[in-house]
Design a protein around this ligand. Sequence first.
Ligand code: PRP
Length: 537
Amino acid sequence: MSNVINTPEGTRDRLFSECADRRRVQDALTGLFDQRGYSEISTPEMEFYDLFVQSGTLLPQESFVKVVDRSGKLLVMRPDCTVPIARVAATKLKAVPLPQRLYYNETVFRSGLAHQGGNYETAQCGVELIGAAGLEADVEVIALAIESLQAVCSCPFHIELGHVGLFRSLAGELELPPQMVETMRQLIEGKQFAALNDLLAPHRNKPAYAMLSRLSRLFGGAEVLERAEELVGKRPQVDYLRQLYQQLKERGYESCIRFDLGLVHQLDYYTGVIFRGYAVGAGAPVLSGGRYDNLVEKFGRKAPAVGFAVDADAVAACAAQPPEKHRLRVALTKGRLQEQSVELFEAMGLDCAPIRDPGRRLIHQLPNYPLDAVLAKAPDVITYVEHGVCDMGIVGKDTILEKGSSFYEVLDLGLGRCRFALAVKQGNDFYGTYKTRRIATKYPEVTRSFFAQKGMDVEIIKIEGSVELAPILNLADAIVDLVETGATLRENGLVPIEDVAQISARLIVNTASMKLYRAEILDFIGKCEMELSKRHD
Ligand code: PRP
């Protein structure tokens, strides 16, 4: 019966004011796009699965909502509007001269992980300027992006610009294998400052090193462009961003523009400038866009293009709540890590008396620093930071590996060091059999990806408590678990046979908070780094 009266996860009924709020945003945006000479087009809600897979897409295939048609062909609910519009521009609109100015007001469908609280249906309003290359076209579209947020955001917002070509050319100079370039891209995108330094350390003597190692820190106002040139001299991509800035400044948009030279997402899709919009009150970007010169050609028509989409519901939601004065909030993992985090904070000069004597309170205001601390279980630290209700969090890499990450993982704090290991009963020859091995673990995702990399099929059993019991009781052939001193394994007759990953606590930051409260967050990170470097010495 519950499948009859409830809606599927990630979907919901929208009643009255929610419909009105969404409609207000959509009307304002579509009115603006019409006024600027863009024409509306609408593509089917369902398309062939092949369209998105073969044309290259921004999204992982797991996020597609799949449907089977009556002939057994695999379809997807439209996960993105740009790909179908590129198809239309190259086929049905083939005879129409370029440039074409198109806009859409559609729902896109993407499934997320279970119980993460996200919407699978998102109302998007966006534009695509097809068949126009160069500065003038980029200025037109970015200016329209700013005007769009001006029209619908009652809260402060900004648009942040980056350029995918900069990373590409710098990475090319290091002559690294493609896999390492991808790892470096992920570290820059995730603002994993320390891990990036470690990866690049062997390339210190190359000119591109100075810039690549700092790329993820190069975000903020126009001074970022100066800083980039100090590091590596003149670069065409930085120069291009400056020209864009100049043009946007002349149109009076100076105060809404920021830069992030570490914006390096989806290199295979975007080909030039990329941009995102952040609004106070939204924990994720409310607008996203960029130049994609190779997509339309995949459907048979050569046409450079640039566009963006606004998340109409996210904008409507932050417009509905009046902005309050922001105080930074950090989520600490309760227990052992809480104790070590407090020691670190105190060494940084923060008065942590309220956390030392917490009583039953879960939120604590620090008396001598503008920061509130929230005490939470490790997976919840990630949830709170991902949703933007906490700006920062301190959590173990074990939980990050298990839950995945869509936040910045800025520092390895070196606290709570231990490792994930594969362990078996003493004398057990784990690899010496063809039988499918059974692994007990509290970390099924970490275990799945470890054995997937080895190309080994295993049966994983999720255990909630002391996982060491499973091999003793002959429920499993091995365990994947955290090992710190090794005492628990020893006392239970188990031996580690392979390391899976090294673990320590990380400082994580919500992606929107990092941009909206840059100065405050960088101050906190700077204090952490200073204390950590003292500990290293
Ligand atoms: C962890 C882990 C091991 C133990 C390893 O459990 O799951 O059981 O620590 O530490 P050792 O190598 O120093 O013996 P924890 O004590 O955190 O409790 P939990 O089982 O409730 O997670």
